[in-house]
Design a protein around this ligand. Structure first.
Ligand SMILES: C[S@@+](CC[C@H](N)C(=O)[O-])C[C@H]1O[C@@H](n2cnc3c(N)ncnc32)[C@H](O)[C@@H]1O
Length: 284
């Protein structure tokens, strides 16, 4: 399975951006992650895997809530993001109850022994597999019989202005990138409910449940628009497109994105975006 383009991306520009803007991203994305945690009913001494754990915020959140007999492992392909995860683990050691470890590796490879985990969790970390069916089949085999998979992922771009508003503004100025194939690895890789159900079923999961979740993402209540813009302009697909563009056009695109994002800002509330996710649950 060729996940090399994703390895390059998450060890390059995207990984660096997630590390640099970890606090803002956490402010925006912690709620969908928490809602996903609520899907699980865990046995005592639970062994949990956090797939695509990135900078480890959710892994550590789990570890602060579970009892000391539990263990959670975060796995990710990004060295810089896991380096921050290790730093956050050291900084938050006193609040961690369960054992935590981080593993560098491709979650679609058979990294863990058969039937190792009671639960596999992921916040936005399972949409990047080149061959999702094979990857989920590998994850299934690392679950104990009856073990639970739960993840949260984005619905379509049209329902998520956090991505589309900056991109559409930038496209007023920049030539469009080649269209992504439906289901291609990326933030919207599992945005089609029926395809996700098919993929999980073919991978061998049962009791598959895909439920919509609508939230308002917000961040930066105490910050000025200009401060927030300096971060938002460096996050997501529009940032990648702008970074690869001719400098003059890139500057015009930044101005267009700035004007667009003001529509999502109000003083005292910061930025607020309607957002639509899938909460997915299944069992081995
Ligand atoms: C959108 S980020 C989410 C990170 C984290 N779960 C969070 O919500 O903050 C996606 C993460 O998935 C990781 N990832 C992508 N493909 C992966 C794979 N095949 N195996 C392990 N991690 C992967 C990336 O390195 C990145 O950290």
């Amino acid at each position: 399975m060729d996940n090399q383009p994703q390895k390059d991306m998450w060890n390059g520009r995207a990984g660096a951006s997630w590390v640099r803007h970890n606090s803002l991203l956490e402010e925006l994305l912690s709620e969908p992650g928490r809602r996903c945690m609520e899907l699980f009913s865990l046995p005592s001494s639970a062994q949990i895997l956090d797939v695509g754990c990135g900078c480890g915020n959710q892994t550590l959140d789990w570890a602060s809530q579970l009892d000391p007999s539990c263990k959670i492992t975060g796995v990710d392909i990004s060295e810089p993001m896991l380096a921050l995860a290790e730093d956050l683990k050291s900084a938050n050691q006193s609040s961690l109850q369960a054992d935590v470890s981080f593993v560098l590796g491709d979650a679609s490879d058979a990294l863990f022994p058969e039937a190792s985990f009671d639960a596999i969790y992921s916040r936005f970390g399972v949409m990047f597999f080149a061959d999702p069916t094979a990857a989920f089949a590998t994850l299934l085999s690392s679950l104990k019989p009856g073990g639970q998979l739960g993840f949260v992922c984005w619905q379509s771009p049209a329902l998520n202005p956090f991505f589309t508003a900056p991109m559409l503004a930038a496209l007023n100025v920049l030539p469009p990138p080649p269209p992504a194939k439906p289901g291609a690895p990326g933030p919207f890789g599992l945005s089609e409910k029926e395809r996700t159900e098919r993929v999980l079923s073919k991978a061998g999961f049962r009791e598959i449940n895909v439920e919509p979740l609508k939230l308002e993402l917000s961040a930066g209540a105490s910050r000025s628009f200009d401060e927030l813009f300096q971060e938002l302009i460096q996050i997501g697909p529009a940032a990648a497109l702008i970074a690869e563009s001719d400098p003059t056009l890139a500057e015009q695109a930044r101005t267009a994105v700035y004007e667009k994002l003001t529509e999502f800002y109000s003083p005292g509330s910061g930025v607020e975006f309607d957002a639509n996710f899938w909460l997915v649950s299944a069992r081995r």
